[in-house]
Design a protein around this ligand. Structure first.
Ligand SMILES: NC(=O)c1ccc[n+]([C@@H]2O[C@H](COP(=O)([O-])OP(=O)(O)OC[C@H]3O[C@@H](n4cnc5c(N)ncnc54)[C@H](O)[C@@H]3O)[C@@H](O)[C@H]2O)c1
Ligand SMILES: O=c1ccn([C@@H]2O[C@H](COP(=O)(O)OP(=O)(O)O[C@H]3O[C@H](CO)[C@@H](O)[C@H](O)[C@H]3O)[C@@H](O)[C@H]2O)c(=O)[nH]1
Length: 458
C-alpha cells in the first residue's frame, strides 16, 4: 500500500512519520510545494521542533518515509492521499477575519482529480468547516475521468510540543465516512492502519459531518476552558483569591476535571482562534447568530486577557514604559515548540513597542529572524525591538522581565544574578505563573502574576 500526504507542516510531517514507523510495509510520501521546507525535512535540522521526532524521522527516512516536492507523481502512485495543507483564517473578501480560507484544499482536490488514474481514498487531515467533504467530492466528480474516489474525514488532535506522545497514544482517533459500501470499505482501510498501534476502542467512527464538526468543537471546548479560567483570573486579582488554588479546587470535581485550567497571558497557537472564528462564522451562516456570539466571546475574552497583561505592565511601571528596557522571556506560543503562530508574545511585544518601550526578546527555540518577522519591524516601533542570545543578556539593565512562554529552563535561571543586573525597582510579570513568586519577592523583585496578588518582599 502507498500513502501520500500533501502538506509537510506541523501536522503532515509528524503524523506521517508515526504511520511510517508503525507500518514499515507501507510507503509514505510527504509532499509539499514549499521546497525549502522539504529540504529541511531531508536535512539534519527538521523544520518542526518536537521532542522525539528526530529519532522517528531518522529511523524511517529513506526506508519507507520520503519527503519531496513531486506532488503530482506522489498523487498518481498513492492509494490513500492525506490532505494536510493549511486552512488559515481568510484575510480577504466574504468572511474575512473569520471564515476558513479553503483555497489550498480546493487546489489539492483539483490536482488530485487531474492526476488520478486509479481509485483513491482522500483523507481530510486538515481542520476544515463542516461540509467541506461535500465540496471535495463535487470537485473530484466534476473533473475526474471515471476514477473512483472515497472521501474520509480524519481530523488531527495532536498538540504541539507533545505531538509524538499524542500520536503514539492518542485519546482517540476519529474517522468519518459515508455509510455506503465504498465508504465503509474506505473507512475500514484507514481503521486498519491506525489499529496497528491504537487500541480498537480508541478508534471512533462516525458519519462525515460529525467528524468534521467534532474537530472544531473539540478546540472550541478546550479554548473555552482557558478563557473561562482567564476571566476568573481577573476577579482573583481584584479579590486576593488565587487562580491556581481556584483551578485546583474546581478541577477536583470529576465533572470539571483538572486539565486546561491553567490561567495565562492568553492562549495562542495556529488552531484555537482560527477554529473558533470559523465555528462562529459557520453558526452565523446557518442562521444561528446567538450561537455564533456565544463562541465568539471565547476569542474576545482571550484578546482582552492579552491586552490586560500589557496594561498591567505599563501601570506597574509608574504609567510609562517609554524608553524602558523590558525583557521578554519566551516567544513561542507554548513550551517545547518553535511555533509562534498567534503567540500572545506577538501582541504583548507590539503593545509594548506601541508604548515606546525597548523590548528585548529571548526564546530558546525561536530564531531572531522569526521574532522580527512576527512582530513586524518595518517602522520606528520595530527599531526598538531586539533579540538576545540568552535570558541573562535580555535581562541585563532591564526595568522589567515578562515571562510569556513556560519554558522549563526559565525556572532554573539564577534570579539573584538577574536582579543584580537590573534597573531598580526590578519587576517580574509572570504571564504563565511559572516562577517561584515568594522566592523572587524575597530577592527584592516586585512580582505581578496572573490571577493572584503576590506579597512583595520589600
Ligand atoms: N499545527 C497543529 O498543531 C495542528 C493540529 C491539528 C490540526 N491542524 C490542522 O492541520 C492543517 C495543517 O496545519 P499545519 O500546522 O501542519 O500547517 P502548516 O502551514 O505548517 O503546513 C501546511 C503545508 O501545506 C503546504 N501546502 C499548501 N498548499 C499546498 C498544495 N496545494 N500542494 C502542496 N503543498 C501545499 C504548505 O506549503 C505548508 O508547508 C490545518 O488545517 C490545521 O488547522 C494543525
Ligand atoms: O490550561 C491551559 C492550556 C493551554 N493554554 C495555552 O493554550 C494554547 C494552546 O495550547 P495547546 O492546546 O496545548 O496546544 P496546540 O498545539 O494549540 O493544540 C490545540 O490545537 C490543536 C490544533 O487543532 C489540537 O489538535 C489540539 O488538540 C489542541 O490542544 C497555548 O498558548 C497554551 O499555552 C493555556 O493558556 N492554559
Amino acid at each position: 500500500m502507498k500513502i501520500c500526504c500533501i502538506g509537510a507542516g506541523y501536522v503532515g510531517g509528524p503524523t506521517m512519520a508515526m504511520i511510517a514507523k508503525q507500518a514499515p510495509d507501507i510507503e509514505v510520501r510527504v509532499v509539499d510545494m514549499n521546497a525549502t521546507r522539504i529540504a529541511a525535512w531531508n536535512s539534519e535540522v527538521l523544520p518542526v521542533y518536537e521532542p522525539g521526532l528526530d529519532e522517528i524521522v531518522k529511523e524511517c527516512r529513506g526506508r519507507n518515509l520520503f519527503f519531496s516536492t513531486e506532488v503530482r507523481e506522489a498523487i498518481r502512485a498513492a492509494d490513500i492521499i492525506f490532505v494536510s495543507v493549511n486552512t488559515p483564517t481568510k484575510t480577504y473578501g466574504v468572511g474575512a477575519g473569520r471564515a476558513a480560507d479553503l483555497r489550498f484544499i480546493e487546489s489539492v482536490a483539483r490536482t488530485v482529480a487531474e492526476e488520478a488514474t486509479s481509485p483513491k481514498i482522500i483523507v481530510e487531515k486538515s481542520t476544515i468547516p463542516v461540509k467541506t467533504a461535500g465540496t471535495i467530492k463535487t470537485i473530484l466528480a466534476a473533473n475526474a475521468r471515471g476514477v473512483a474516489f472515497e472521501v474520509l474525514s480524519n481530523p488531527e488532535f495532536l498538540a504541539e510540543g507533545t505531538a509524538v506522545a499524542d500520536l503514539l497514544a492518542p485519546d482517540r482517533v476519529l474517522i468519518g465516512g459515508e455509510r455506503t459500501p465504498g465508504g465503509e470499505r474506505a473507512l475500514q482501510t484507514l481503521v486498519d492502519i491506525y489499529a496497528r498501534w491504537v487500541p480498537r476502542e480508541r478508534i471512533v467512527t462516525t458519519n462525515l459531518w460529525s467528524s468534521e464538526l467534532s474537530k472544531l468543537v473539540a478546540n472550541a471546548f478546550l479554548a473555552q476552558r482557558i478563557s473561562s479560567i482567564n476571566s476568573i483570573s481577573a476577579l482573583c486579582e481584584a479579590t486576593e483569591a488565587d487562580v491556581d488554588e481556584v483551578a485546583n479546587a474546581i478541577g477536583k470535581d470529576s465533572r470539571i476535571g483538572p486539565k486546561f485550567l491553567k490561567a495565562s497571558v492568553g492562549f495562542g497557537g495556529s488552531c484555537f482562534q482560527k477554529d473558533i472564528l470559523n465555528l462562529s462564522y459557520l453558526c452565523e451562516h446557518f442562521g444561528l447568530p446567538e450561537v455564533a456570539e456565544y463562541w465568539h466571546s471565547v476569542v474576545a475574552m482571550n484578546d482582552w486577557q492579552k491586552r490586560r497583561f500589557t496594561t498591567r505592565i505599563v501601570q506597574a511601571l509608574f504609567n510609562t514604559v517609554a524608553d524602558k528596557r523590558i525583557a521578554v522571556l519566551g516567544f513561542a506560543f507554548k513550551k517545547d515548540t518553535n511555533d509562534t503562530r498567534e503567540s500572545a508574545a506577538i501582541n504583548v511585544c507590539r503593545d509594548l513597542l506601541g508604548e515606546r518601550a525597548q523590548v528585548v526578546v529571548y526564546d530558546p527555540k525561536v530564531s531572531a529572524e522569526e521574532i522580527r518577522r512576527d512582530v513586524g519591524c518595518a517602522d520606528a516601533d520595530g527599531a526598538r525591538l531586539s533579540v538576545a542570545a540568552s535570558a541573562y543578556e535580555a535581562c541585563e539593565g532591564a526595568h522589567a522581565v515578562a515571562v510569556l512562554t513556560e519554558w522549563d529552563a526559565f525556572k532554573a535561571l539564577d534570579f539573584e544574578k538577574i536582579y543584580a543586573g537590573m534597573t531598580k525597582p526590578a519587576f517580574v510579570f509572570d504571564g504563565r505563573n511559572l516562577l517561584d513568586h515568594a522566592a523572587l519577592a524575597k530577592i527584592g523583585f516586585r512580582v505581578e502574576a496572573i490571577g493572584k496578588v503576590v506579597s512583595q518582599g520589600q
